[in-house]
Design a protein around this ligand. Structure first.
Ligand code: GLU
Length: 419
């Protein structure tokens, strides 16, 4: 194991904060503080230039009291065991908040997919699948896409897992292409889910002042989560004044043209290649005055270093763990509302659950049905979180953790410790 990752400490801190509001048995607390299983594998791959490289992969299964382990696979240079543990823990609470019958897991490979060829990526994925095959499966642990992975990676996993088991097993992963028994809406589900959370929260808070037609929105990130949010908010006539990707951001006080920004991102590789608007850094983007700030990139973006400079009224977290606990405290003191990851990013795993159900039933739901059920599911969770926050006079993150931990704990308590 490498050095301790900040994300794990942060997640444990949020857990500790919330569990004080719950009367939990000691066994449950200790079990939730520690993942059930951590697997680390190292394997060689013959690269395109015939050199041999060793890759390190991880799968952490945090808790399965409520159902099979569930969570994405991340291909990124910063993937480590500690980070994977934190993200697995978040999945347990996310699935619980979303009220879907899954536990939490996460996995990944330390690599930079942008620097790998398709054939290298395929080999790495298939070999990794072979290595973790004994612990995954449609009834045990179901991976899905995350940062750096997509429906193509999921197809390779289906293939490797099915060939190894000599039986086609489509429900072993979710987030597959439509042709390979994926679900409608899964590709935009995280963004769409977050959009429903934005609508519900603003309505509940009675904040027409924030969410008027011309409210100013900043979006950090320009991937699968960010794009649908921008498109939907634009439809609502909100003004997206800034957006960024890993290379930097683009800003225009009058509002940026989303369609042309997305086109540039596709053709030139980065939003910073846009010809209109001012080029800014990711740091500058976070500190601009706005009504709504959407964090759709990576972990630890708002920290104690910049929390004082944030000028948003409300923050949504479709990314996992983008705000550190110190920053969370500062934002709270300054009256900035934060709608947490385990609620705002739950759309992806909710539609993953729908995909899994469709696979198990050998069925395909129409697009409208998936959207309607996603809206109902995530809006119900959002209402519950808002109510707990009101009743217990706590912030929304603590409320979401109270809801998530509480439901997992109930199941663990009724089943009791085995044997
Ligand atoms: N990677 C996504 C998340 O962090 C989706 C996980 C899934 O669908 O299993 O929520």
């Amino acid at each position: 194991m490498g050095k301790q990752d900040q994300t794990l400490q942060n997640t444990l801190h949020y857990f500790e904060n919330a569990r004080q509001h719950l009367a939990l048995p000691r066994g449950v607390i200790a079990a939730l503080q520690n993942p059930y299983r951590e697997v680390e594998v190292s394997f060689p791959i013959v690269m395109d230039d015939n050199s041999i490289k060793i890759f390190h992969g991880y799968r952490v299964q945090h808790n399965n009291a409520r159902g099979p382990f569930k969570g994405g696979l991340r291909f990124h240079p910063e993937v480590s065991m500690e980070k994977t543990m934190a993200l697995a823990m978040l999945m347990t609470f996310k699935c619980s908040v979303a009220d879907i019958p899954f536990g939490g897991a996460k996995g990944g490979i330390t690599c930079d997919p942008k620097k790998l060829s398709i054939s290298e990526l395929k080999k790495i994925t298939k070999r990794f699948t072979y290595e973790i095959a004994p612990i995954i499966g449609p009834d045990t642990d179901i991976p899905a896409p995350d940062v750096g992975t997509d429906s193509q990676v999921m197809s390779w996993i289906v293939d490797a897992y099915s060939m190894g088991g000599r039986k086609n097993e489509y429900a072993v992963v979710t987030g597959k292409p439509l042709d390979l028994y994926g679900s409608f809406v899964r590709d935009v589900a995280t963004g769409l889910g977050c959009y429903f959370v934005i609508q519900e929260t603003l309505e509940y808070l009675g904040s027409p002042k924030i969410f008027t037609k011309h409210s100013k929105v900043i979006v950090q990130g320009c991937g699968n989560a960010a794009i649908p949010i921008m498109k939907l908010l634009k439809k609502d006539e909100a003004k997206i004044i800034a957006v960024s990707d890993s290379q930097g951001g683009i800003f225009s006080q009058e509002g940026i043209n989303i369609d042309s920004v997305l086109k540039t991102k596709k053709t030139a590789g980065s939003v910073t290649k846009c010809e209109t608007g001012e080029i800014i850094s990711n740091q500058q983007l976070l500190e601009l005055p706005c009504d709504i700030l959407v964090l759709a990139a990576m972990e630890n973006q708002i920290t104690k270093e910049n929390a004082d400079k944030i000028q948003a009224k409300i923050i949504f977290e479709p990314a996992n763990a983008p705000v550190t606990p110190e920053a969370d405290e500062i934002l709270k003191k300054r009256g900035i509302i934060v709608v947490p990851d385990i609620l705002a990013s739950a759309g992806g795993v909710i539609v993953s659950y729908f995909e899994w159900v469709q696979n198990r039933q050998r069925d395909r739901w129409p697009e409208e049905k998936v959207k309607k059920r996603l809206k109902k599911q995530i809006t119900t969770s959002c209402k519950e979180v808002l109510k707990i926050a009101d009743d217990k006079k706590v912030d929304l993150r603590t409320a979401a953790y109270i809801l998530g931990i509480g439901k997992v704990a109930k199941v663990m308590e009724s089943r009791d410790i085995w044997p």
